[in-house]
Design a protein around this ligand. Structure first.
Ligand code: ZN
Length: 339
């Protein structure tokens, strides 16, 4: 199976903007509230559909049902594509929220998953802030007191961010994305969000949007504390590891020269975070530009990525299963070659 490209699913929410179109080339219309572009998803009726090539028109669910080994390899038994990948444009602040872990999620809906997520910032205003985790010493009692008083912001750990920063939000972490931020998000396939606080705003109907205080308090990990941006771990000249957790691994490749991606028996989701170039597999060349997303199936032959200028790729995949993690070996072979 060669690299797959999917049609983006655009979501309009009132905190959205126009950068999904202006910066990332997504097919937005004339409105100004394009909030999320779901690049890859297999979640209920939200289904990514292949665009072009042999599998044109197939949904990700159909591919998972009939070609799961080609797509995801033999390492794990999967019934649903495990990652949901989005771009998100926050021209206004998002609500303060928390997501359940797998066990908690299934209490709310047996078909749902927990939601651990990670963000890589693509663009931010100088005053844009991320809210991630509770300040040290904030327990359930203190949080509830501030919720009642409308002063919950005092409990939140927050800081300015800029392009390139990555923030890892395990399930149970209180968080909010501040205004002015454009980011890429990789998360478990889940749509369970509990809203803790909405900054006192009113919804489109003039009413406050519903809050889920009880559910939020049940899901918050009060031991987490403040969550700072990740410190990338340099792997070699072009690659760094941003996140490695049981749900996904995120690496960032900054290319100035051609790079071969060798098959490692797993799928890889590639998102272009900056720059442009091309990707060639099996004699077929596909353009890459900022905002492009490609899924390299587990059976994908070797791929050649050629940057034009600098090209920044985010590479999301499932790390080795636990037994393999123990022997400390990384199967991924990454080689650069000069043309
Ligand atoms: Zn979230």
């Amino acid at each position: 199976m060669t690299p797959l490209r999917f049609r983006p699913l655009l979501k309009r929410i009132r905190w959205g903007g126009t950068r999904l179109g202006r910066v990332l080339g997504k097919p937005i219309g004339s409105e100004s509230d394009y909030a999320e572009s779901w690049e890859l998803c297999d979640h209920g009726t939200d289904q990514s559909v292949v665009e072009g090539g042999f599998w044109d028109g197939w949904t990700l669910r159909q591919l998972m049902a009939t070609h799961v080994r080609d797509l995801c390899g033999t390492e794990r038994r999967l019934h649903q594509f495990p990652l949901l990948v989005k771009f998100l444009d926050a021209s206004d602040r998002l609500s303060v929220q928390v997501h359940p872990n797998d066990v908690q999620a299934r209490c709310f809906d047996p078909r749902e998953n927990g939601k651990t997520e990670a963000w890589v910032i693509l663009d931010a205003r100088p005053d844009s802030r991320i809210y991630a985790g509770l300040k040290r010493g904030v327990d359930a009692f203190r949080l509830q007191r501030h919720l009642a008083a409308g002063t919950v912001e005092e409990c939140l750990h927050s800081y300015p961010v800029r392009a390139g920063d990555c923030v890892f939000i395990p399930a149970g972490t209180v968080h909010a994305i501040g205004e002015g931020i454009l980011l890429a998000e990789v998360q478990q396939s889940s749509d369970l969000t509990f809203r803790l606080h909405d900054w006192g705003r009113l919804g489109a109907d003039g009413q406050p949007r519903p809050l889920h205080i009880e559910e939020s308090l049940a899901c918050i990990d009060f031991n987490r504390g403040p969550v700072d941006p990740v410190v990338p771990r340099r792997l070699n000249l072009v690659s760094e590891e941003l996140v490695s957790c049981e749900f996904f691994t995120l690496r960032r490749h900054t290319l100035r020269e051609a790079l071969h991606l060798t098959n490692d028996g797993r799928f890889h989701v590639l998102l272009v975070l900056g720059g442009c170039g091309s990707l060639t597999c099996d004699g077929t060349e596909q353009p890459l530009q900022t905002g492009s997303t490609l899924l390299l199936p587990a059976t994908c032959p070797r791929v050649l990525v050629e940057p034009r200028g600098d090209l920044i790729l985010l590479d999301a995949f499932l790390g080795p299963v636990l037994e393999e993690q123990n022997n400390g070996q990384d199967q991924r072979e990454l080689s650069t070659s000069r043309l």
